[in-house]
Design a protein around this ligand. Structure first.
Ligand code: KIV
Ligand code: ZN
Length: 391
């Protein structure tokens, strides 16, 4: 792995699947896991094996079929969780145990009714025990976003001492500003003894709509893994959206950070996840929403028809969308109407277009969106129809 390579850790099947009502069965999880592997993710977090027999089975089945990606199972810092995860991962070619504990004062005081020294010991013991089963152990400091940096650095040091290969710094509550999250990563890169033995990982939640921005700041400041989900699904407001961070790094090559993702599969897998979980993707969702490459105002349509790049920073084909859409509404102009009419076989002169455009506006004021059948109707009922078909 070169120093500019950002590992993509997909947690659609674990953190993503925590969305209420979106539970998947093992067969559905296996289908998604195979597509994640084709997409080129580096790590698939397949589940939380101790949580239910179904999740155990899913992790086990995914471990059997995945050949190139690392397969990961989540645990708490509890011996039995770790033992069960190791068992579920026993067929994996590249198994990883993801263990950890809450490190913010609020988690230590209210969740564990404990103290900082005890948490350090529990973190050490969990990683050490996980290491007795697998080489690759990722440690998460839950609520790291609200953990003070000095203490977080000590937690990271003990996890490294116990053998952690990856240190996950979750902004569990989606609280951090990008500048704070970036500064946290920089602080850890500069202050954790032994940091060269592990990589830092970004795990951001979207409660304030900052998950993607925070993850990007994290990698700019030294992290080398991003944890994310397809379509940004996940607890509450969701996780970092995989398609967003991947395309940000691709569209900004001067950052000199790249991923192993085959971006042409992004749209397909977005549809697969949304269909399997019956969770609708908002139309204006970046990269994969239905309107991400649709243009409906006259000014934008005129520009895009002349040259796509006037209003698009991504070629839709790069993310698996066949082409940009010119959507006809009452806000559309002549250029868009002529373009869509041409697509269905009408080559209109300027005068014919003027006549038809007036009909079109009347029609479009009644209807939200004009489709190809409507265009045929508008043209066939126009004064210039005979002229058009005899040309
Ligand atoms: O958000 C979080 O802190 C998590 C951890 C369990 C990794 O999902
Ligand atoms: Zn999470």
């Amino acid at each position: 792995m070169s120093n500019s390579n950002i590992q993509i850790f997909d947690t659609t099947l674990r953190d993503g699947e925590q969305v209420p009502g979106c539970k998947l069965n093992t067969e559905q999880k296996v289908v998604i896991a195979k597509q994640l592997e084709n997409l080129g993710v580096d790590v698939i977090e397949a589940g939380f094996p101790v949580s239910s027999p179904g999740d155990f089975k899913s992790v086990e089945e995914i471990s059997k079929i995945i050949k190139n990606a690392t397969v990961c199972g989540l645990t708490r810092s509890v011996k039995n969780d770790i033992k069960v995860a190791a068992e579920a991962l026993k067929y994996a070619k590249r198994p990883r145990i993801h263990t950890g504990i809450g490190t913010s004062d609020s988690h230590i005081q209210f969740k564990f009714k404990s103290n900082r020294e005890d948490i350090l010991q529990r973190a050490y013991d969990a990683v050490k025990y996980a290491k007795s089963f697998v080489e690759d152990v990722e440690f998460y400091a839950e609520d790291a976003g609200r953990t003070d940096n000095d203490y977080l650095a000590r937690v990271c040091e003990v996890a490294i001492k116990a053998g952690a290969t990856v240190l996950n710094i979750p902004d569990t509550t989606g609280y951090c500003l990008p500048s704070e999250y970036g500064a946290k990563m920089k602080y850890l890169m500069e202050n954790v003894k032994g940091i060269e033995k592990a990589i830092l990982s970004c795990h951001c939640h979207n409660d304030l709509g900052l998950a993607t921005a925070n993850s990007i700041e994290g990698v700019i400041n030294g992290a080398r893994q991003i944890e994310c989900t397809i379509n940004g699904i996940g607890e509450r407001a969701g996780n970092t959206a995989l398609e967003e961070v991947v395309m940000i790094l691709k569209q900004h090559p001067y950052l000199n950070l790249d991923t192993n993702i085959n971006t042409q599969y992004l749209y397909g897998i977005s549809q697969l996840v949304s269909d399997s979980m019956a969770i609708y993707t908002q139309p204006n969702k970046a990269i994969v929403g239905a309107n991400a490459f649709a243009h409906s105002s006259g000014i934008h349509q005129d520009g895009v028809i002349k040259n796509r790049e006037t209003y698009e920073i991504i070629d839709p084909k790069d993310v698996g969308v066949t082409e940009s859409a010119i959507v006809l509404t009452a806000r559309s102009g002549r250029a868009a109407l002529a373009y869509r009419a041409k697509n269905i076989g009408y080559e209109l002169t300027k005068l014919q277009l003027d006549d038809i455009y007036a009909n079109f506006l009347n029609f479009a004021d009644q209807k939200k969106e004009i489709d190809d059948t409507d265009i045929h109707h508008i043209i066939e009922t126009s004064k210039v129809y005979k002229e058009i078909i005899s040309a």
